[in-house]
Design a protein around this ligand. Structure first.
Ligand code: SAH
Ligand code: SF4
Ligand code: F3S
Length: 473
C-alpha cells in the first residue's frame, strides 16, 4: 500500500484542467447546434454523502456544457447514474434501473446513458455492463470524474463507447464547478479515499488511498458558502479524524474545526464519518469548545464483540469505544451520538451478536444505521467461512432493531417540554415543517414554508418513537 503525502502527486495538473475546460466548450457548441432548447440531464446518485458531493460536481460540469437538470427520467436527453458498491443490494438496484433504460434508448437513440461511481470502479462490474448492457454509452471510474467533458465529447462527436476505469491511488481536483442541491445546506469534502481496509469493506478498493484537501481551499470554500447565506456545512470524509496527514498542512482535524468555527456568520458545522480508532480527546474537547460545531457525533462501532472487531480490522476495542463515549458525554452532556452496526459478520456467533445488543443498551445511541453483512468480492471477509443463514441473521437484525427502538423512545420522550434550535429543512408528508436539531433529530411543527432555510426555536410537545412534534417559540 502506498500513502499519498505529496500534494503535487495527487493534484490534477493544471494542463489537464485546462484541457477539460476546452472540452466543456466543445460539448457546449455541439449541444447548441443539436438541440433547440437546452437538453435535459437526469442525474441520480446512490450511496454516501461523499458520492452525493461528487454528483453535485458532475451536475456542475453538465450545466457548464449546456445541460439543464431535470427530476424526470422520462424525456431526459442524458441519464447519469452515480453508483455505490457498499452492499449487494445497492448494486442490484443499479442493474435493475439500468436495464429499465433499454426501451428508452431504443425509442431515442440520441439519448446518452452514463454510469460512474464506486460500483463502476470494479472490473467485474464494468465487464458485466459491456457484455449485458451494450446500450450504455459511457462508463467511468471514481478517479476520473473531472474528465466527464472529454468522455461526453467523444460520445457526442463520433458515437464511440467510452470505458475509462483506471486503477489509481486517487487524485484531488480542486477546480470543478458545483451545482449545489440546496441553497442552505452544503457538503464540503475534506478528504477522499480510505486506508483502513476494514475486512468487510469495498471502499478502499474503489476510492483509492486517503488524501486530504489543502486546508486553505477548505476554509476559502466555507467562507464563500457562508457569504452566500448557507446555514449548515457538513465536512465529508470516510475517516475525517485522520484529516491532514501532510507535511505542508500543519493541521489536523481538530485544528481545521477551530479555523472553520472562527469564520464569522450564523451557521453550523457538521462532519462525518469519524472512525473510533482516530477519535481523540483533543477532537472531543474541540467539539465542546466550538460553538458552531453541532453536538452530534456519528461514530460507527460496527460490533460490540472484541473478537469480531479484530476480525473486522477495526483496530479499537469495545472498552476503548465506550471510554470515548464516556469522555464525550462528560465534556458535552447534550451530545447526540449515532452509529453504524453490522449484523452477521462471517463467523459471528449468537453470543457475540448479544455483545452488540448489550453495547447498544450501554451506549444509548440517538439512532443507528443497521446493516446485515453483505459479501463484497475482493475483500478479506468475502473469503471467511460464513455458516449462519441469512434467515437467522434476519432474526438477529430484528432483535437489534427492537432494542434500539426502545432506547430511542426513551430518548425522544426525555426531549418533551424542552426547547431546541433547529434548522428548518423541508415540508413533511403531513404538511408540517421539518426542522433538524444540532443533535440531528427531526422535529415537526406547524409553520409557514417561508421558515425553510432559517434557524428557529421549537418547543417539543409530543414524542412518537422516531418523530418529535413541537411548536414554534
Ligand atoms: N467510513 C465509514 C463507513 C462508510 S460505509 C466508517 O468507517 O465508519 C457505511 C457503513 O456501511 C459502514 O459503517 C458499515 O456499517 C456498512 N458497511 C460497509 N461495508 C459493508 C458490508 N460489506 N456489509 C454490510 N455493511 C457494510
Ligand atoms: Fe470502509 Fe473501514 Fe474505510 Fe470506513 S474506515 S470506509 S468501513 S474501510
Ligand atoms: Fe458507496 Fe462508494 Fe460511498 S461504495 S458508500 S458511494 S464511497
Amino acid at each position: 500500500m502506498t500513502v499519498n503525502t505529496d500534494k503535487k502527486s495527487v493534484a490534477v495538473p493544471e494542463e489537464e484542467i485546462i484541457r477539460q475546460k476546452e472540452y466543456i466548450q466543445f460539448v457546449r457548441s455541439i449541444v447548441e447546434q443539436r438541440y433547440v432548447e437546452a437538453p435535459k440531464a437526469f442525474v441520480h446518485t446512490y450511496g454516501c454523502q461523499g458520492n452525493v458531493s461528487d454528483g453535485e460536481r458532475l451536475k456542475g460540469m453538465l450545466e457548464q456544457m449546456g445541460y439543464e437538470m431535470t427530476d424526470e427520467l422520462n424525456g431526459a436527453d442524458l441519464v447519469l447514474y452515480n453508483t455505490c458498491a457498499i452492499r449487494e443490494h445497492a448494486e442490484d438496484r443499479v442493474f435493475g434501473n439500468v436495464g429499465a433504460l433499454k426501451p428508452m434508448k431504443t425509442a431515442n437513440k440520441e439519448m446518452k446513458i452514463l454510469l460512474c461511481g464506486c460500483m463502476m470502479q470494479q472490473e467485474r462490474v464494468a465487464q458485466k455492463i459491456r457484455k449485458s448492457y451494450p446500450f450504455v454509452d459511457i462508463v467511468f471510474g471514481t478517479h476520473v470524474i473531472h474528465r466527464l467533458p472529454e468522455f461526453l465529447y467523444t460520445s457526442l462527436s463520433n458515437g464511440k463507447k467510452v470505458y475509462e476505469l483506471p486503477e489509481h491511488d486517487g487524485v484531488i481536483c480542486e477546480e470543478l464547478p458545483v451545482h449545489r442541491d440546496s441553497d442552505f445546506k452544503a457538503w464540503i469534502p475534506i478528504m477522499y479515499g480510505c486506508n483502513n481496509f476494514c475486512t468487510y469493506c469495498i471502499v478502499p478498493y474503489v476510492r483509492g488511498r486517503e488524501r486530504s484537501r489543502d486546508p486553505q481551499m477548505i476554509i476559502a470554500e466555507a467562507k464563500e458558502l457562508v457569504a452566500q447565506g448557507y446555514k449548515e456545512i457538513t465536512l465529508l470524509g470516510q475517516n475525517v479524524n485522520s484529516y491532514g496527514k501532510h507535511p505542508d498542512y500543519g493541521m489536523n482535524f481538530a485544528s481545521l474545526l477551530k479555523e472553520l468555527n472562527a469564520i464569522e456568520g450564523d451557521f453550523i458545522i457538521r462532519f462525518m464519518t469519524s472512525h473510533p480508532k482516530d477519535c481523540t480527546y483533543e477532537l472531543l474537547d474541540t467539539m465542546a469548545e466550538c460553538e458552531k460545531v453541532a453536538k452530534h457525533l456519528h461514530l460507527p462501532f460496527q460490533s460490540g464483540s472484541n473478537r469480531v472487531l479484530d476480525a473486522m480490522n477495526r483496530r479499537y476495542t469495545r472498552e476503548k469505544y465506550l471510554d470515548l463515549l464516556r469522555y464525550a458525554y462528560s465534556v458535552m452532556p447534550e451530545l447526540s451520538v449515532t452509529s453504524d452496526v453490522i449484523v452477521g459478520f462471517p463467523g459471528e456467533t449468537y453470543e457475540e451478536f448479544c455483545e452488540t445488543v448489550s453495547m447498544v443498551e450501554e451506549a444509548k445511541f440517538t439512532s443507528m444505521y443497521t446493516f446485515i453483512f453483505s459479501s463484497r468480492e475482493g475483500t478479506v471477509a468475502s473469503k471467511m467461512p460464513d455458516p449462519v443463514s441469512r434467515e437467522e441473521k434476519g432474526k438477529w437484525f430484528k432483535e437489534l432493531l427492537d432494542t434500539q427502538e426502545k432506547i430511542a423512545a426513551v430518548r425522544t420522550a426525555s426531549m418533551v417540554g424542552k426547547t431546541y434550535r433547529v434548522l428548518c429543512e423541508s415540508v413533511s408528508k403531513g404538511g408540517l415543517i421539518e426542522g433538524r436539531t444540532g443533535g440531528n433529530i427531526i422535529i415537526e411543527f406547524p409553520a409557514d414554508k417561508s421558515v425553510i432555510g432559517s434557524f428557529r426555536k421549537v418547543k417539543v410537545t409530543e414524542s412518537l418513537t422516531w418523530i418529535l412534534r413541537g411548536e414554534l417559540c
